[in-house]
Every structure is written in C-alpha cells, then in structure tokens.
Design a protein around this ligand. Structure first.
Ligand code: PAD
Ligand code: ZN
Length: 374
C-alpha cells in the first residue's frame, strides 16, 4: 500500500516519564514536510545515552519522547525540496546534523552543526513542531532522530544515503557507538603508530576506541573496566592488556604510570564519570599526553590546573569528531571492504518490542550492543 502523503500508524517505544519502562504504543507519524524525510527503521542499537534519559540524568529532556538514535532504515517518502535521498534508499539517521551552512559546518576542525540538538534537547523539528503523536499528545524526538519506532521523520540534514550492499542490522552501530569511539581515536586524539593508549570503560564506545587505536597502529592498548567479563572481547579487538581497578590497592592512574614508564600517550574516558575523567588525565604522560572525554555526565569535573600546565591536552568530542553527512557513507564503505568488523560489538539481537529486555542486558553488564530488529 502506498503510504506517501498519508499519516502512518505504527508501533513505537514511548518513554512517558523518566525511570519508567518504555511502553510499546501505537503512534501516528505525519508525512514529511518540505526538506524532511520519513524513514522505515530496519534496525537500531541500544546506547548508554538512551539509558541516561530513562534514568533521568538529562534534566532538560521533554516527555513523552521516543528514544533511540543508533538506527538504520529505508526512505519511505520525502518532502518537497529533498534532493539527497529518495524513497527506497538505505540510510542512516544522523545524531549530529550537517546543515552545510553554519559556522560549525564550515569549520574544518569541528563537527558540531549549530542545528544539533545536543545540550538543547528541544526534541522538535526546525519549525518547532513534531511529526510524532500518541494518544493525541505531541511526542518529542531524541537527538534529531528517534529510532525506537517503526517509522520516524527527520530533516534532510539529519540523514544520509549509504551503500545499498550493506546489511542494515550491522550498519546501524555506525549511527552512534562505533563512529563515536573509532573517531575519537583516529580523528580527535589522532593516535600515532607505536603509541601507548588506555581506554577507560569497555562498552560499545570503549571497544570502538580500541578498534580505532589498533587501526592507527598503537603498540600498547590497555583496557580498564570494573567488569572483568569485558576483557576477553577487548583483547579480541586489540587490547594488549586489561586491568580491573578493583584488583589494585593503588589508584588506577598510579598503576598505569608505573606500567607505561611515566604515562600513556593517549587516554579515553568512555564511561561518563567525572572521577574517571580525572584518572584518565592523570594516566597520560605529563609532558605531552592527550585525553579525550567521550562519556556523558551532568556532574562537574574538577582538577588542579597544574595537571595540564606541564603539557597535557584535554579534548572532548561528539560522534568521534566526524562531520556526519560527509563521513558516514565512507564508514559504511569501510565496513563493506572489511577495514573493520563490527560483529564483535553486536552481542545481542532482539525483536524491537523487547526493547526493555535490551536495557536490562545493558544494566546487567551482559551486552555490548543489543540491536533491535523490526
Ligand atoms: P556502556 O555502559 O556499554 O559501557 C560503559 C562501561 O564502563 C561498562 O563496561 C562498565 O562496566 C564500565 N564502567 C562503569 N563504571 C566504571 C568505573 N568506575 N571504572 C571503570 N569502568 C567502569 O556504555 P557505552 O559504551 O554505550 O557509552 C559510554 C559513555 O559514552 C556513556 O556515558 C554514553 O552516554 C557516552 C556516549 N557519548 C557519545 C559522544 O558522542 N560523546 C556518544 C555515545 C555515547
Ligand atoms: Zn549513542
């Protein structure tokens, strides 16, 4: 049945308020307006950033909301003026838009488009309306995407066509977790061959950092996690050794300084804890070490400036510093040509309606990425 121009009724996982399970509801998805694209979602990963909203850590968030931001799908229909995708195209929705016009898009050294909803959390399209409703109420979107739904509408600047040959139930992790971790190593830190790296937190983000460090030619990649069950996979992906801070009396940065002759060249915080962010900085070599903060936290971080004065660098990045529309198609091509393999990141697959089970697996520390299939 041709659905172009019509409201689509479909299933979505709605979060009505924080600290509640997601609720599978029938929603209405309006047709795309000018410069918008309606997508049939085929697969979506579960990321800790979705969980931060469920747990109520993101104070500005508006409810009800449809979470999910690590998806892949097929264009169902397009609004007037859309030129870069057409119905039937395989696409990835983009958590960082690329409008191509703002200072952020023109900045060769950054990737933060000013249309991004990170930190603002308006949850609406640029015209301040939503295409999603449930039981007569407006439903907000998450990070310009919302993928825990059979259909979603995004703006053209928040979606990109990808190679037709890719499997969408793998490519979806390029929509957030993989690109975020991998790019933090290769783009943001710019890990150099022969260097020493430490990665704090070995979830989907941390393991993707490990993949990036290995491809960049790091000689030593040390994984740190309080859950030792994560070590086997980290080693499979390139970690040369793994440490559990619970097994040491001394603070973990002191252990790392000893192991690495005074500190690593690079460190990555992939958890979202201010105390570990400071440990990550302290683990690097004082004269020239670089730390990249990737984990998201609403709490403040504090440390003595002397820690940086000697020559350390502190950086942060969203989506691995990748300009989304420019870079995602290439990442998908790199997946097809087996530059990297994402199978190890996807530990579980579930039908979309079992989304809450996917979050349980994340809480229990059993999953890296659960991919929900529609
Ligand atoms: P995850 O929960 O799968 O992984 C976190 C890992 O950290 C787990 O393996 C934990 O066992 C481990 N951990 C927890 N506490 C500690 C501790 N004290 N010391 C050592 N290890 C610990 O999450 P994820 O990989 O999906 O996401 C990680 C963070 O990255 C999270 O804060 C998420 O919101 C953020 C993120 N940032 C971006 C970005 O663009 N900057 C994108 C996506 C996710
Ligand atoms: Zn994410």
């Amino acid at each position: 049945m041709n659905t172009t121009g019509k409201v689509i009724k479909c299933k979505a996982a709605v979060l009505w308020e924080p600290k509640k399970p997601l609720s599978i509801e029938e929603i209405e998805v309006a047709p795309p307006k000018a410069h918008e694209v309606r997508i049939k979602i085929v697969a979506t990963g579960i990321c800790r950033s979705d969980d931060h909203v469920i747990e109520g850590h993101v104070k500005q968030m508006k409810f009800p909301i449809i979470l999910g931001h690590e998806g892949a799908g097929i264009v169902e229909s397009i609004g007037e003026g859309v030129t870069t995708v057409k119905p039937g195209d395989k696409v990835i929705p983009l958590i960082i838009p690329q409008c191509g016009e703002c200072r952020g898009c023109h900045d060769p050294n950054g990737n933060i488009c000013h249309k991004s909803d990170f930190g603002k959390y308006r949850g609406l399209m640029s015209d301040n309306t939503s295409r999603l409703t449930c039981k007569g109420q407006v439903v907000y979107n998450f990070l310009n995407t919302s993928t825990f739904t059979e259909y979603t509408v995004v703006e053209e600047m928040c979606v990109v066509k990808i190679n037709d040959d890719v499997q969408l139930d793998k490519a979806c992790v390029i929509g957030c977790g993989f690109s975020t971790g991998y790019g933090s190593a290769v783009n943001v830190a710019k890990v150099t061959p022969g260097s020493t790296c430490v990665v704090f937190g070995l979830g989907g983000i941390g393991l993707s950092v490990v993949i990036g460090c290995k491809i960049a030619g790091a000689a030593k990649i040390i994984g740190v996690d309080v859950n030792s069950d994560k070590f086997e996979k980290a080693k499979e992906l390139g970690a040369t050794e793994c440490l559990n801070p619970k097994e040491f009396e001394a603070p973990i940065h002191e252990v790392l300084l000893k192991m690495t002759d005074g500190g690593t060249n690079y460190s990555f915080e992939c958890i979202g804890r201010p105390d570990i962010m400071v440990s990550a900085i302290l683990s690097t070599y004082a004269g020239s070490g670089t730390t990249v903060i990737i984990g998201v936290s609403a709490e403040e971080i504090s440390f003595n400036p002397m820690i940086l004065l000697m020559g350390r660098t502190l950086k942060g990045a969203i989506f691995g510093g990748f300009k989304s529309k420019d870079c995602v198609p290439q990442l998908v091509s790199d997946l097809i040509s087996e530059k990297f393999n994402l199978d190890a990141l996807i530990t579980h697959r579930l039908p979309f309606t079992e989304v809450n089970k996917g979050f349980e697996l994340l809480h229990k520390g059993e999953s890296i990425r659960t991919v929900l299939q529609f």
